[in-house]
Design a protein around this ligand. Sequence first.
Ligand SMILES: Cc1cc2nc3c(=O)[nH]c(=O)nc-3n(C[C@H](O)[C@H](O)[C@H](O)COP(=O)(O)OP(=O)(O)OC[C@H]3O[C@@H](n4cnc5c(N)ncnc54)[C@H](O)[C@@H]3O)c2cc1C
Length: 294
Amino acid sequence: MIICEPTFSEIADNRLFQKVERCGRVCYKSEDKITDDSAYKFVKNICSNNHGSVLEHYNFTFSLEIPFYHILKEVDIPFFFLSYDNLPLVSFNLRAFLNQYNREDFPSELKTFAYFMEVTYPTLFTLNKGEKEFNIELIEDYSKLTRKERDIHQYITISLITDRGVTHELVRHRIASYSQESTRYCNYSKDKFSNQITVIKPVDLPEDGLEIWKQAMENAEKSYFELLKVSSPQIARSVLPNSLKTEICVTASINEWKLIFELRCSSFAHPDIRYIMNKVKSYFIEKGYIDETI
Ligand SMILES: Cc1cc2nc3c(=O)[nH]c(=O)nc-3n(C[C@H](O)[C@H](O)[C@H](O)COP(=O)(O)OP(=O)(O)OC[C@H]3O[C@@H](n4cnc5c(N)ncnc54)[C@H](O)[C@@H]3O)c2cc1C
């Protein structure tokens, strides 16, 4: 049994295929299969095997011509977010767009975006539904937007190493996208997991509780390995503890992250989620994603 520390990092890759692959492979812990040309195939597979939530980790923001903004406001497409503070803007993720693009009754209002996608990603968008009706500009540098615009349209992806108790709380924040290491697909008896489970020690565990906790973890590991002999990881996982280490990729707008910080950095939050969220919040302040006063 390994005991590790909770930690996090930002996944700032802005290449579509590579970012989706990086987040998606967390589910299977198959990052070792990433090669120079594995990303496109991985994304194609995701598109065809009903695991579309992984596609939510890649977000597009466009500035629009004013008439186009008003047309989009009228049609109200699911998971398309519009604002007009300084610039008329829209953002949506890859899944939201593909959901529309693959419809038989593709909304004609979106053919300008279809044109952009077909030109930029010709191997993924092949249905020739596009037409350059309006001028749009992809926003790549969010620092040019106002604070209000960034809060709505800039999406940040954080990979967290934490325990399964924390992630159970985290995924209650519904206006976000998640990909998490799967205890169905991961078999911790294999070499790539060093043939053992990894756990995270609760931050507020009192000194005289340490041995009790360690014993419980070791018992759980023993039972898990015994169950693996007669079943599969998805059955054996039933005895794994809340302290089991897990990785989760979380993609959310800055506005949603602010709400997460408000609820999970407060003194009412569980100490383990508060510990890691305070660290993520400090990082957001350091990067200028949020102000110190929040
Ligand atoms: C200290 C603490 C204790 C908690 N204890 C428990 C507990 O004992 N049991 C338990 O089950 N949960 C508990 N939770 C989880 C809590 O109930 C929320 O599920 C979680 O905090 C996510 O908050 P949210 O719904 O505001 O955020 P999100 O899901 O991120 O939603 C963001 C906002 O969108 C709006 N929204 C989203 N979906 C809907 C909808 N379907 N209808 C209307 N508005 C919507 C709301 O305005 C919401 O605030 C606890 C949370 C905290 C912080």
